[in-house]
Ligand binder design. Structure first.
Ligand code: PGA
Length: 222
């Protein structure tokens, strides 16, 4: 199974999202059964998508480390469970701008698991040991991991596929052979070669997933 995860980050209004889904859904017959396409949309969009039948899985980009209760502004796993199958946890932007520590990541992962949401856990190489260590008592082989080198995110400068393969192999060894994706400046021009050379389980795509035509090309490449 290969995975293609689109991470929209803080982008798109509801009408923009619906128009994107209309365009991208048109390729559903071309998508192999061995490719799982997962769209991580902002929370504002999730509820409106519930009413539309989509050929894709949905993911949240974040969830609360707490259960439902008096936590103003938070969205708990319990509230998300009917809307998504996956949730991104520990993205470097959350670590950098919102103080998401390894301890918080573990709490969020546990909340996701309690609500049967699969975590997509983002990692970077210098910290692999500490980022994975606290998860090892959990069923990590069922998680999806994403190797996301900081210098490659949003920079237009992806990692070398050979290096991504080396790090992905390392993550696989440390996680009982969990699925490992690569994220960082993947687009329709480099996806095919990257997939071929790095032999990954898939990609986490940020900016290049925002335009429907570009995302369709990435799906076709993968
Ligand atoms: P990018 O983002 O594709 O824009 O580099 C990837 C990510 O942050 O997951």
């Amino acid at each position: 199974m290969k995975y293609l995860v689109a991470n929209w980050k803080a982008n798109k209004t509801v009408p923009e999202a619906i128009s994107w889904f209309r365009q991208v859904s048109s390729i559903k017959n071309q998508v192999s059964r061995n490719l799982k396409i997962i769209i991580a949309v902002p929370l504002t969009i999730l509820a409106s998508l519930k009413k539309i039948s989509l050929p894709f899985r949905l993911a949240a980009q974040n969830l609360s480390p707490f259960p439902s209760g008096p936590y103003t502004g938070e969205i708990s796993a319990e509230m998300l469970k009917d809307l998504v199958d996956y949730v991104i946890v520990g993205h470097s932007e959350r670590r950098r701008y919102f103080g998401e520590t390894n301890e918080v990541v573990v709490k969020k992962v546990k909340m996701a698991l309690q609500s049967k949401i699969t975590p997509i856990v983002c990692l970077d190489e210098p910290y692999l040991q500490s980022q994975i260590h606290q998860l090892t008592h959990l069923p990590i082989h069922q998680f999806i991991f994403a190797y996301e080198p900081l210098s490659a995110i949003g920079s237009g400068k992806p990692d070398a596929p050979e290096n991504a393969k080396r790090v992905a192999d390392k993550i696989k060894k440390m996680t009982q052979q969990a699925a490992v994706l690569y994220g960082g400046s993947i687009n329709s021009k480099n996806a095919k070669e990257f997939m071929f050379k790095a032999n990954l389980d898939g990609f986490l795509v940020g900016s290049a997933s925002l335009k429907a035509e570009e995302f369709i090309k990435i799906v076709q490449a993968v």
